[in-house]
Write a protein that binds this ligand. Structure first.
Ligand code: IPM
Ligand code: MG
Length: 357
């Protein structure tokens, strides 16, 4: 049965990296490995320019109908002055909320050969393989009340609300435990339970869920310590599960351990494994249109899409292996350059991965 995919290229380097993803998907279809219907939609700043909003109804409708959505990137200086509710980033948050993709999987894997690209010593990061499971549709990103108002003294006051229900914590913890069961059997739940009640509940519920997974070892860590431990000895972690805001911060930190944020994919899944897939890097306006952006994070996001939403895990393995092969051949985009590498652009890197398949 043919599956429906929506590509939302968005802004900055989004169009050029999703072009490589499209090439890869077309190659899999041509090889007879996959049957796909691919649609394109307007999103982010590009959609603001064209339709006045970052997530037009037509794009949301296509996203609802699709089995999986592949995102490029959103945002850029051009749209930073617009009022908050109409900015490109709001389109991304609305898409996550509307599709209910609460489970954000952000693997931080150091590919052999890229040890020198990390700012940490090679012996600290060699073989690194962490999975960060970030709650994506709740917490302080979405909590009400929120806003900037004036208090009784006539002073401006900014307010956001950190709120998690038991059910929200439980379902994201389950995702983390299930993933750990297929990996190394360890979950570290990250909170700030010494200060924040909402995360005290997080710790309690994580512990309760853990009772149902006796084969998984569960530990808890305060987020400040977790940041330190990621920089100190990152290989102690297998699966980390945490709230929306903490996950946002820790996943950028973990990304940098692997040498380049240009390498890391992500999947955001709902309860039925419908997903939104995107590189975790942003729109990189400084290099947009130059043909030098690293497409590997997006190609690895396609691999995650194959695995989680398209029931094609063998193809996912093949795409990941092809990426490894290309890196072993010494091909590098500018962001992962080190001595002994041959520098290639976005399209050449995409072609090399397809050739290695
Ligand atoms: C991410 C990004 C987004 C987030 C922004 C662009 C809204 O930083 O996906 O990590 O904060 O979730
Ligand atoms: Mg982020």
């Amino acid at each position: 049965m043919s599956k429906k995919i929506l590509i939302l290229a968005g802004d900055g380097v989004g169009p050029e990296i999703t072009r490589e993803a499209r090439k890869l998907l077309d190659a899999l279809v041509d090889a007879g490995d996959l049957a796909l219907e691919i649609e394109l939609g307007a999103f982010g700043g590009a959609a603001i320019d064209e339709h006045g909003v970052p997530l037009p109804d037509a794009s949301l409708e296509l996203a609802r109908e699709a089995d999986a959505v592949l995102l490029g990137a959103v945002g850029g200086p051009k749209w930073e002055a617009i009022e908050r509710v109409r900015r490109p980033e709001q389109g991304l948050l609305a898409l996550r909320a509307e599709l209910g993709v609460f489970a954000n999987l952000r693997p931080a894997v150091l590919y052999p050969g890229l040890e020198a690209a990390s700012t940490l010593r090679p012996e600290v990061v060699q073989g690194l393989d962490i999975m960060i499971v970030r709650e994506l549709t709740g917490g302080i990103y979405f909590g009400e009340p929120r806003g900037i108002t004036e208090n009784a003294e006539g002073e401006r006051e900014g307010r956001n609300t950190l709120i998690y229900s038991e059910g929200e914590i439980e379902r994201i913890c389950r995702v983390a435990f299930e993933i750990a069961a297929k990996r190394n059997g360890r979950v570290c739940s990250v909170d700030k339970a010494n200060v924040l009640e909402a995360t005290e509940l997080w710790r309690t519920v994580a512990t309760e869920v853990g009772v149902g997974y006796p084969e998984i070892s569960l530990s808890h860590m305060y987020v400040d310590n977790a940041g330190m431990q990621l920089a100190r000895e990152p290989r102690q972690f297998d699966v980390m599960v945490t709230s929306n805001l903490f996950g946002d911060i820790l996943s950028d930190l973990a990304a940098m351990l692997t040498g380049s944020i240009g390498m890391l994919p992500s999947a955001s899944l709902d309860a039925n494994n419908k997903g939104v897939y995107e590189a975790i890097h942003g729109s990189a306006p400084d290099i947009a249109g130059k043909g030098i952006a690293n497409p590997l994070a997006t190609l690895l996001s396609v691999a995650m899409m194959l695995r989680y939403s398209l029931e094609a895990s063998e193809l996912a393995d093949q795409v990941e292996a092809a990426v490894s092969t290309v890196l072993k051949q010494g091909l590098c985009t500018a962001d992962i350059m080190s001595s002994g590498c041959r520098e290639v652009g976005t399209a050449e890197m995409g072609d090399a991965v397809i050739a290695a398949l």
